[in-house]
Design a protein. Structure first.
Length: 364
């Protein structure tokens, strides 16, 4: 197991953003009560992930040069996992960038009906997750890049944590398979079914596992399953998923997507698009209120747990670190959606075809 090294400088708050937030998406509670933070390694992180995208051939060089920095993928992670060792943050950032590329391939395969290609990729990713070392040089760049991130992520906390992470990501792949079938059959899932599916396709449990990696502390099950900790964790992730759905709704309706909380509400609750956006906003607001309440309970949990022994005190520090970064999810996700070129649909020549993707239509 690799030893951790610490970040080269203390975590610093990012300067206030200047980007305007449209009224339909503005959340004063996030701007006022969730100050933004960014890992000090961020400027270098942007460079290393850009280089990694090129090295692993996940995007054509011209697309990397033109779009990679503007997509702001490293901004997102540098705001999520403050306090992580630099090399851990880099592994998570590359994994996150890979996740976005994979998501785009999923979208294009569904749009163009490439069922065989998707099934083949899904099978390979399950295999690479179980044996990443043997897939490092796979002919498919997406599979090889995924294996690279998993080998790096698995080098820190040990077999038990690795098995948990793998179990959670197997579920993510299976959920993406379900989304693929839904899209091929033009099936809009009911709201409750969509909520559960989205918690897997967004990767809730995976991103929560990575909080422990950033904190350099594997949390015991008694903490992870504690109602207050689970509530804080789930609300931070639900906020991120529902806010993403809110901001992605125009893009996803233009692209024929069937998976969006707003789309499920329109389809199954009989609401208009404006009414559905208001309902998604309401759910987003509930997440912020629930988190602020749960946060205080988790701080009390950490204090009580830390009094038991010196080992418990170390775990208590890990709990506080994870909780702080759960809080950071709110601000990082919020600003990402207004700074990233991924969501500036109005600037695209074709609203259904993101310009940062290279995808020859119909290719099997």
């Amino acid at each position: 197991m690799s030893a951790f090294t610490y970040s080269s400088a203390p975590e610093q708050a990012a300067p206030p953003p200047e980007v305007p937030v449209p009224a339909a998406f503005r959340l004063p509670v996030v701007e006022e009560r969730f100050p933004r933070h960014r890992h000090p390694y961020w400027p270098r992180l942007q460079e290393t992930t850009r280089e990694w995208l090129l090295e692993k051939r996940l995007m054509p060089p011209e697309k990397v040069a033109r779009y990679a920095d503007d997509l702001r993928y490293t901004d997102l992670v540098a705001g999520y996992y403050t306090g992580a060792p630099d090399e851990v943050l880099s592994a998570i950032a590359d994994f996150s960038a890979w996740f976005f590329v994979w998501d785009d391939i999923h979208d294009r395969d569904a749009v163009h009906g490439r069922s065989e290609a998707w099934r083949r990729l899904s099978t390979l990713l399950h295999a690479a997750l179980d044996a990443p070392e043997s897939h490092l040089h796979h002919e498919d760049p997406l599979v090889a890049a995924f294996a690279d991130t998993i080998v790096r992520i698995f080098s820190y906390l040990g077999p038990r944590w690795n098995a948990r992470f793998a179990e959670h990501f197997h579920s993510v792949i299976a959920a993406y398979d379900q989304e693929f079938e839904n899209r091929r059959n033009d099936c809009v899932p009911p709201v409750d079914a969509y909520v559960e599916l989205r918690r897997h396709t967004f990767g809730h449990w995976v991103w929560l596992d990575l909080l422990e990696l950033a904190a350099q502390c594997e949390l015991p099950a008694v903490i992870r399953t504690d109602p207050a900790y689970r509530r804080a964790a789930l609300t931070s992730q639900d906020f991120s998923a529902w806010y993403n759905d809110l901001c992605s709704l125009p893009k996803e309706m233009a692209g024929g997507e069937v998976h969006n909380l707003g789309i499920s509400i329109i389809h199954h609750k009989g609401m208009t698009p404006d009414e559905s956006m208001a309902e998604v906003r309401r759910r987003v607001g509930t997440c912020t209120a629930d988190f602020l309440e749960a946060e205080q309970e988790v701080l009390r949990l950490a204090a009580e747990f830390g009094e038991q022994s010196s080992a418990s005190a170390r775990t208590a520090d890990g709990i506080r670190s994870c909780l702080f970064n759960m809080r950071n999810w709110f601000s990082s996700v919020y600003w990402f959606h207004h700074e990233s070129g991924r969501y500036r649909v109005d600037t695209w020549e074709d609203r259904s075809n993101p310009p940062y993707i290279s995808d020859p239509a119909g290719e099997v």
